[in-house]
Design a protein around this ligand. Structure first.
Ligand SMILES: *Cc1c(COP(=O)(O)O)cnc(C)c1O
Length: 450
């Protein structure tokens, strides 16, 4: 693959993330109108083509619960989490319930998944001179959180699991490596036994980025509860949503206090110390403001109750489709270290090469199946701003160290990731797919690939 071609990939996936769903929604709407019109004519069957727009997951479950919780915040005139004329408890309760759901001691609500990553990296004390290993295919925030800390991002390849290749993770560790961000991408868990084994042996911290796998698990443990810290996003493309929002979880009281301080200018509210069992020995340090507001907490509290339903529905559809394409020649499904922990965000399979992948996608789209290349993330090492190590200041510590200056990004540092990317087809799964839609997708894949 040429350099320019590779960069186009990154561009395409960017487009996919924000615009693919909109395009899919528009075409699905057209299909429905056509079907409804057809239904008026005698002799034609209405709804011949079911709606296979996966849509945004969380908003499909908005109902009275979100509405009432939002109204409570409005009517109490207390949209700020710490104080107000009423007794604000939305974010407080959401954090408690989220920690319980994830099986961790502590949870912290923040303004976005990106902010949660910044908190995790700050809490781990990552800074200039440190290296953090990040998958070559993921969302920007996993790279920017390392750069903002003044540390050096080191890319590791993904494999046919579409997540970190543990072999390449082990190869990329140096004496300067402080942490790895294990991203559970595209609804499927990383091979966490392998990742944790390597990390513990080499004494590096593990941040689980669960932004694309909220509600997923690995061998019975909820994602985010296995590493030193876990982060989540509640942006609209993810599972449960408040439009924007994020959370961090941890079982470590010191790490949690540092994260809570970082998210609130370096100060610590008493409520966090009540959770950790303070009093705190920690001194204030320069932080940020990533506090979650009560409207966000209200919506997330209501969405959390529905998370299991969302996951169960999507997982059931994804499993049905995986089962239906199990023995199609010329197709290999995504390698899944724990299929039971997959949230069913999509169905992913590998074909023999890029030309075949493109033919499959075109064929599937013709049959109204929401297919595409892998989406929602970026081939980071190919991005021009990454290749040129551009930061907000020319003397940024990430890239002024000897290692930072020597680091070469670009296609050369992630060949395997590019090969994997080129061979994979993604088919999105909707939370409200019926078995009829699943079967339509199965027969489309069988016809197109077979
Ligand atoms: C969405 C996403 C984030 C960032 O979340 P925001 O809420 O959009 O800031 C981080 N990591 C991954 C893998 C994501 O998909």
């Amino acid at each position: 693959m040429s350099h320019t071609e590779a960069q186009n990939h990154a561009g395409n996936t960017n487009l996919n993330r924000r615009q693919f769903l909109t395009t899919a929604a528009m075409s699905a709407a057209c299909v429905n109108v056509a079907a409804a019109a057809g239904g008026a004519e005698p002799g034609t069957r209405p709804m011949e083509t079911p709606n296979i727009d996966p849509g945004f997951v969380g908003p499909q479950f908005f109902d009275k619960a979100e509405e009432e919780a939002l109204l409570e915040v409005l009517q109490s005139a207390s949209p700020f989490r710490y104080w107000g004329p009423g007794r604000p408890t939305k974010v407080l309760r959401f954090e408690e319930n989220f920690a319980k759901y994830m099986g961790t001691r502590f949870a912290l609500g923040v303004t976005s998944g990106t902010a949660a990553l910044d908190c995790a990296i700050a809490a781990l004390g990552v800074g200039p001179g440190d290296e953090v290993i990040v998958p070559a295919y993921t969302w920007w925030s996993d790279y920017t959180c390392v750069v903002h800390a003044g540390a050096l991002p080191v890319f590791a390849d993904i494999d046919a699991s579409l997540n970190l290749d543990p072999k390449d993770l082990a190869r990329k560790i140096t004496p300067r490596t402080k942490a790895v961000i294990a991203v559970h991408l595209l609804g499927g868990p990383c091979d966490m036994d392998a990742v944790m084994g390597i990390a513990r042996e080499r004494r590096i911290a593990v941040v689980e980025d669960c932004a694309q796998c909220v509600g997923g698990s690995y061998r019975g443990k909820k994602l985010g509860s296995i590493g030193d810290a876990g982060i989540y996003s509640f942006q609209i493309n993810k599972m449960m949503t408040s439009g924007e929002g994020g959370a961090l979880v941890s079982g470590d009281p010191v790490l949690y206090e540092r994260a809570a301080r970082f998210h609130d200018m370096g100060m610590i509210n008493r409520l966090f110390l009540e959770r950790t069992g303070g009093p705190s020995q920690m001194k204030m340090f320069a932080g940020e403001n990533f506090r979650m507001n009560e409207f966000t907490g209200a919506v997330l509290g209501a969405q959390l109750i529905k998370l299991d339903t969302m996951v169960q529905r999507m997982r059931a559809s994804a499993e049905s489709i995986y089962e239906g394409i199990r023995n199609v020649a010329g197709l290999r499904p995504r390698h899944r270290p724990d299929p039971g922990g997959d949230i069913g965000f999509g169905v992913f399979f590998e074909v023999k090469d890029k030309a075949m992948r493109d033919r499959c996608i075109a064929g599937l789209r013709q049959k109204k199946v929401p297919a595409g290349t892998l989406g929602g993330s970026v081939l980071l090492p190919l991005d021009e701003s990454v290749i040129n190590k551009r930061t907000r200041h020319a003397d940024w510590p990430s890239f002024t160290s000897a290692e930072g200056r020597a680091m070469q990004y670009g296609a050369g540092c992630c060949r395997q990731t590019l090969e994997v990317f080129d061979r994979f087809v993604q088919v999105r799964v909707g939370a409200k797919y019926t078995q009829r839609i699943n079967e339509q997708i199965i027969s489309a894949i069988r016809e197109v690939v077979g």
